[in-house]
Design a protein around this ligand. Structure first.
Ligand code: M6R
Length: 611
């Protein structure tokens, strides 16, 4: 949560900071601010409650500029959203922006108050500014030393960018359990929470590790490890296209990202699948293939949408590769004393690679002996770096808070893993593998057919956007899609929704169904079609308003349902990747009809980097 950007160089930096924050707004958007060291030798700040457009207005009504500065966009953890709680925070000479949580801030604050310091905000962050200022006042040799001494006193997570009012030639940054990258380009040095912040200025990045601090000057970045020793962190060239982080004419990032899915799936499959040979090339995964093929069980962990990908994966991997797959919400896994040993493969799944609960659960699995193969989108994210091997999803930057293309590319990745394992374990015939992979290759074309229809979603939006609650039902590998469809609707339209296994309906949920209750049934032809059809009839018998996501030309369903969203006929193996696109579009159009803030829904943030 929270996005940070910092700059030092030869350029006036207000535009760099403001555009950097715009690119990080998905990380939080309840308040924002910038601080710039001006030519007059002081630091000026502008902070607001609300989104970045408010910061733009406030800044442009009284602009200032300089060649060193930092900015922050906030997702509140300690202290409600307000101008006073907005970052940057200043104490004496020290100005800083922080992402993370200082867990022992209460105790530090009392100590500092006893020493006569007074606080303006209710945040945990302000104690850091005071601590560093105090270390400087106590004789620390420079800002870097003062920062290291202050950080020795804190517990918790942080990514920090720090400057002082009396030194316009130096930024200090630090990282512990919250991401921080350093970008460089011809004398311009950037610090940011995430790559897209400054992608329009540089593609060359160094990734700080936990415990690292760095001093940024106009001559470059000096990085120090947790012991304070100078350390080299490899510079990586990132090939992401800055244009892909823009809306490109779509009304919302979410809609653009829904439409991008065919291309991103092609990217994810590229160079990895061979439908003629019926095999998948996973040589990039840096885990001994013999060990991998021979694991006793797989434990998949994730949160939110990524957890739904794990649910689909359980069906695919168990069926295709005959390996037992356990799935767990990461925040539950950590506290349930799971049975893991050194023949267990742990597969965390994450778009950001920075979700605190998933990182902690992965650490827990590793401590118990598991090896970790993560399925991650963001290159060089913490999860990617802390795993034994990584299968990247190549979804590109996902800006909309509601995850879409990250999910379908995760499904492509788990399908590839299933076939790879099935072949290596000798349980998947070559011919069958060829069929699976041909189906996978067809997915982008089939998705395009769904994306080309919009009128049905607009009709659904007009008819159901007043609903107070919506039930989603599916069976087999469409059950997770029912849950994902419900999550999408909740997140962006604020309509309550629940996704259930259709067979479970008669065990309780059926009591909810009446003529006021829209029921979305995910019922493409395939494995358990007949069973789902019976559930559909049961719902109709209770006067439920039925919206079916069904195979094109299915007249049986068309007769029963009030609305039908058609998806192309396809193998069960890839069908979830198709029906979810229909569910995404349904949620999008309902939310758009209601006029909600689709890319930045209330109370949410893109990366949940706190527990
Ligand atoms: O970055 P991650 O995939 O680890 O994030 C996990 C969830 O926070 C995320 O999927 C969340 O549920 C999305 N906003 C859903 O659209």
């Amino acid at each position: 949560m929270c996005g940070i950007v910092g700059y030092i160089g030869a350029k006036e930096c207000s535009d760099i900071l403001l555009s950097g924050l715009k690119n990080l707004e998905y990380r939080g958007y309840d308040s924002a601010g910038i601080a710039i060291g001006t030519d007059g030798g002081d630091v000026q700040m502008c902070r607001v409650k609300g989104k970045l457009n408010k910061l733009y207005e406030a800044y442009h009504s009284d602009p200032f500029d300089g060649t060193i500065g930092l900015g922050h966009t906030r997702w509140a953890t300690h202290g409600r959203p307000s101008k006073t709680n907005a970052h940057p925070h200043r104490a004496g000479r020290v100005i800083l922006a922080h992402n993370g949580i200082i867990e022992n801030y209460g105790e530090i604050k009392s100590r500092l108050v006893d020493k006569g310091r007074s606080f303006d905000s209710q945040t945990d962050t302000e104690v850091l500014a005071h601590l560093i200022d105090q270390e400087l006042a106590n004789g620390a040799s420079d800002l870097h030393s003062a920062t290291r001494q202050a950080l020795e006193q804190v517990e918790g997570s942080y990514a920090l960018v720090i400057m002082t009012a009396d030194n316009p030639d130096r930024l200090v940054v630090a990282r512990n359990a919250s991401p921080m990258v350093i970008g460089t380009s011809d004398g311009d040095i950037f610090a940011a929470s995430d790559i897209p912040a400054v992608l329009e200025y540089t593609r060359d990045f160094q990734f700080l590790e936990d415990g690292d601090t760095a001093v940024l000057t106009r001559d470059g970045a000096e990085i120090y490890d947790a012991d304070g020793e100078p350390v080299e962190r490899e510079t990586k060239h990132i090939n992401w296209d800055p244009i892909s982080a823009e809306k490109q004419g779509y009304k919302h990032f979410m809609l653009k990202e829904i439409h991008e899915q065919p291309a991103r799936i092609i990217d994810t499959l590229r160079g990895r699948v061979d439908p003629e040979e019926g095999d998948v090339d996973l040589r990039e995964v840096d885990i001994d293939p013999e060990w991998l093929a021979d694991v006793d069980k797989i434990v998949m962990i994730a949160c939110g949408t990524s957890f739904h990908a794990c649910q689909v994966a359980k069906y695919a991997i168990e069926q295709v590769a005959r390996v037992p797959v356990e799935i767990d919400l990461a925040h539950e896994f950590r506290y349930r004393d799971p049975i893991i040993d050194d023949n267990t493969l742990c597969v965390p799944v994450s778009q950001s690679g920075e979700t605190a609960d998933t990182l902690a659960a992965m650490g827990e699995a590793r401590e118990r002996g598991a090896r970790v193969l993560s399925i991650v989108n963001v290159i060089e994210s913490t999860m990617a770096r802390e795993s034994d091997g990584v299968l990247y999803t190549h979804a590109g930057p996902e800006i909309g808070v509601a995850s879409t293309k990250a999910f379908t590319t995760q499904l492509a990745a788990v399908n590839m893993l299933a076939v790879w394992l099935g072949r290596r374990r000798g349980v998947l015939e070559q011919d069958t593998a060829c069929e699976y992979l041909k189906a996978l290759r067809q997915t982008p074309n089939l998705m395009e057919k769904i994306l080309n229809r919009t009128d049905i979603y607009e009709q659904i939006a007009r008819r159901y956007s007043d609903a107070e609650s919506v039930l989603y039902m599916g069976r087999g590998n469409q059950f997770p899609i029912a849950r994902e469809g419900a999550l999408k609707l909740k997140e962006i339209s604020y309509i309550h929704a629940e996704g259930l296994a259709a067979g479970e309906m008669k065990h309780g949920h059926i009591a909810l169904i009446d003529e006021e209750m829209p029921v979305v049934v995910i019922a493409p032809r395939g494995g358990v079609y007949d069973k789902v059809f019976s559930n559909l009839e049961e719902a109709k018998a209770r006067q439920g308003e039925l919206i079916a996501i069904a195979t094109e030309g299915d007249e049986q369903i068309a007769e029963l349902a009030d609305m039908v969203v058609e998806v192309p006929e396809a193998s069960d193996f890839i069908q979830p990747m198709l029906s979810v696109v229909a569910a995404q579009l349904l949620a999008y159009h309902v939310a758009d009809f209601k006029g909600t803030d689709i890319d930045q829904p209330r109370n949410l943030a893109k990366s949940v980097t706190v527990e």
